[in-house]
Design a protein. Structure first.
Length: 726
């Protein structure tokens, strides 16, 4: 606990989240010695509080932080609620609304009769309140019970911190369970993991063992099974697991050998409780099972609905061709028309096949056939993409506002829940999802929950690109099930006489490398070398004066001399060398400098930035880093420096949904298992104007011929086939 403190009154609560995080204004009455200068001042404060009431007295243990916008603030790490001692304060406190049914007159009577120790007297013996004229039994019970709760909450927080919980975690726990907190932790400490996403199994397990839980406690093993399955599904992108894998990793996580019999007993208990679903030899977490069921049931339902009859579609198509000065080929026309008629449609195709042109045309056709104003169109049609960069690019190309799926569903990062859900559905009539290969099973399930059952859906994506980072292989499963309408685009458009990039992408996708493509036209080069670092350094020197957003190095892996981390340091020295005119800050072994290019690693919807966004450090001041994401200035404190990293070189996975004018891709034998087709196909298709491959042609040939990929365990395809045949 910090030694520095302030004592005073909470004058105003400006913001309060579901997890207890608050921003407010505090009137300082007294302080520790080092904070003497704050006496009689009003300051803004931030912190996590299990309870906080305006006009109440508190003691804040805190430090001072300097916010760029709001100036000095109290950063509260711990606090105590202080019973008011002066008579006037007690009257104000009792009549503040905290105690239902107690007005100012009654409060004044209580203080007049019981004196300055009135509150403690009521806590010790509530029958003393019978001395107050006109007070009822109900008012006596309300006063006593509320005061007990008022004081007990602090005692619960202390108990949790004594057990080993950090103050922030203790407040989060109390904020969730309130007066039932002690009952919950006495019953099953591991239960906290299910309700509170930031409380990890490792953290709870250490505390539980100190509290006397045995290593073979069934509560411990059951919790470990659920947490292990969740970790494996998210890290390996599976939707279900086999029992031998679960047992092996549970044993590792528990750091001791448990008998197979006890493991089976706990696993069966979880199945009986419906926390795990077993189908033949497949074991699903309930959430993953429900997601697959939601997806397959909705698609089967939409496929079973009659197509929408549109009489004037052909004439509208002709009008679009005239206005856009374009002639749609048969595939494109079929895709556009079916997007209006079908209840569920998938449009797939490689680079240069006109997917984005089709998205724009679908929106225009929908507006024409329904004779809508632009405002009505915005109400009925929703355009979505999985990442922030993909949605921005989609908006620019379609000239229609697109958003991320998280933003559309109004994701709350504090609670990790969506405000648009099965209880609060969107009124959208048509939803178009671009870059659909990146959408995982859990996110798509959440999207379906937020849509009405009859909302029509169009998914647009490249079947051959990398699958989602999260669980499942949604687009692949849907296409391979063959139970829904699928339109494949094959005719290339984004290719001129002097363009070779698209041709290379299609060659790689078919397992071939035509070496005659390279170093002929200006858009495609191959530099044969074993010294990747030197070659990329020379290329960077040649392009160091162009915009950060136009030049991108894409790399398969992070570690090693040819990995992302090392290349970022080298590229930083070229694009943004050390200068006395640029402030810098060292974080671990990484130096961040003003004007550095950085990559966002996590979604921060409140700041309107998302995983994969690229920005530039515009300012470093007072241990804070300000990053400019396309004119959106976002401030990072030391606690959040792990939410971004240098972006001169980024992983191919992170580049999905983005496009860059000039792309450099190293390809060498040292990348070993990362030399596979989908990865390099994805890298090549991120390039718009100039692609430079660096390394060994033999390694590129190996990547193109290697169609092996991690097998993702999912049953969406099988379920769709089975349900559609009923």
């Amino acid at each position: 606990m910090a030694d520095d403190y302030v004592i005073g009154i909470v004058k105003k609560i400006i913001y309060r989240s579901n997890t207890g995080y608050c921003v407010g204004v505090f009137k300082v009455k007294d302080t520790s010695d080092s904070f003497n200068y704050l006496k009689d001042s009003s300051m803004s404060f931030t912190g996590v509080f299990h309870e906080l009431e305006e006009e109440d007295n508190y003691k804040f243990y805190c430090n001072i932080v300097n916010h760029p916008k709001y100036g000095e603030q109290l950063n509260v790490s711990f606090y105590e609620r202080i019973m008011p001692e002066e008579k006037d304060s007690i009257v104000l406190f009792l009549s503040s609304g905290t105690f239902h049914g107690i007005g100012e007159k009654t409060a004044q009577k209580i203080v007049d009769i019981l004196g300055e120790n009135a509150l403690q007297i009521i806590i010790d013996n509530p029958s003393n309140l019978m001395l107050i004229p006109g007070i009822s039994k109900k008012q006596i019970d309300t006063l006593h019970n509320t005061l007990i709760e008022y004081s007990n909450s602090y005692n619960v927080i202390l108990k949790l911190t004594d057990m080993g919980f950090a103050t922030r975690d203790a407040m989060t726990i109390y904020n969730k369970y309130k007066s039932n907190t002690l009952n919950v932790i006495d019953d099953n400490l591991y239960f906290l993991i299910e309700d509170l996403k930031d409380i990890t199994f490792k953290k709870i397990d250490a505390i539980a063992l100190k509290q006397g839980y045995s290593k073979d406690d069934k509560r411990r093993i059951c919790s470990s099974i659920v947490c292990t399955m969740d970790e494996l599904c998210n890290s390996l992108s599976h939707c279900y697991l086999h029992i031998d894998m679960i047992f092996r990793y549970v044993t590792i996580n528990l750091q001791n050998t448990i008998s197979e019999e006890l493991f089976i007993e706990c696993l069966n208990s979880l199945i009986l409780d419906l926390k795990i679903i077993k189908l033949e030899e497949k074991y699903y977490l309930r959430s993953m099972w429900d997601a697959e069921e939601m997806i397959t049931n909705r698609i089967v339902y939409l496929n079973g609905k009659k197509d929408l009859k549109v009489d004037n579609v052909d004439s509208c198509i002709e009008e679009l061709e005239k206005s856009k000065k374009i002639k749609y080929n048969t595939e494109q026309k079929e895709a556009i028309i079916n997007s209006i008629r079908k209840n569920f449609l998938i449009i797939t195709g490689g680079p240069g096949t006109g997917k984005t042109t089709i998205v724009s045309s679908i929106i225009d056709l929908y507006r024409k056939v329904n004779d809508l104003t632009y405002e009505q169109l915005l109400d009925e049609v929703v355009l979505l993409a999985p990442t922030g960069r993909a949605s921005k690019r989609l908006t620019e190309k379609s000239l229609f506002p697109a958003s991320t799926i998280h933003s559309f569903l109004k994701w709350n990062k504090e609670s990790d829940r969506f405000a648009v859900n099965e209880y609060n559905k969107s009124d959208a009539k048509l939803v178009i999802i671009d870059e659909a290969s990146m959408v995982d099973v859990m996110l798509f399930s959440s999207l379906l929950k937020g849509l009405r059952n009859d909302t029509r859906i169009v998914m647009v994506g490249d079947y051959d690109q990398l699958p989602s980072v999260g669980p499942g292989q949604l687009l692949k499963d849907l296409i391979e099930s063959h139970v829904t309408e699928i339109i494949s685009l094959s005719i290339l458009y984004r290719q001129g006489e002097d363009s070779s990039i698209i041709e290379l992408a299609h060659d790689v996708n078919h397992g071939n490398i035509n070496t005659s493509l390279f170093n002929v036209n200006s858009d495609l080069s191959f530099i044969e070398t074993n010294d990747i670092v030197s070659a990329i350094s020379e290329i960077a020197e040649a392009y160091k004066d162009i915009s950060y957003n136009d030049f991108q190095v894409l790399v398969p892996m992070y570690k090693g001399i040819n990995g992302i981390d090392n290349l970022n340091k080298i590229l930083q020295s070229i694009f943004n060398p050390k200068s006395k005119n640029k402030k810098e800050i060292v974080v671990g072994d990484v130096t961040y400098r003003e004007n550095d290019k950085v990559l966002q690693l996590v979604n921060m919807p409140d700041e309107k930035i998302f995983n994969g966004d690229i920005g530039v450090i515009s300012k470093i001041d007072n241990k804070e880093i300000v990053v400019d994401f396309d004119v959106n200035q976002v401030k990072f404190t030391p606690q959040s420096f792990n939410k971004f990293k240098h972006g001169y070189a980024v992983s191919i996975h992170k580049s999905q949904g983005s496009e860059f004018d000039i792309v450099v891709v190293p390809v060498v034998s040292l990348y070993n298992k990362m030399l596979y087709r989908k990865l390099y196909y994805t890298a090549i298709t991120r390039c718009k104007k100039k692609l430079i491959l660096v390394g060994n042609m033999s390694s590129l040939s190996k990547a193109a011929s290697n169609n092996n990929q991690d097998i993702r365990m999912t049953t969406i395809k099988d379920k769709l086939i089975k349900k559609s045949s009923i």
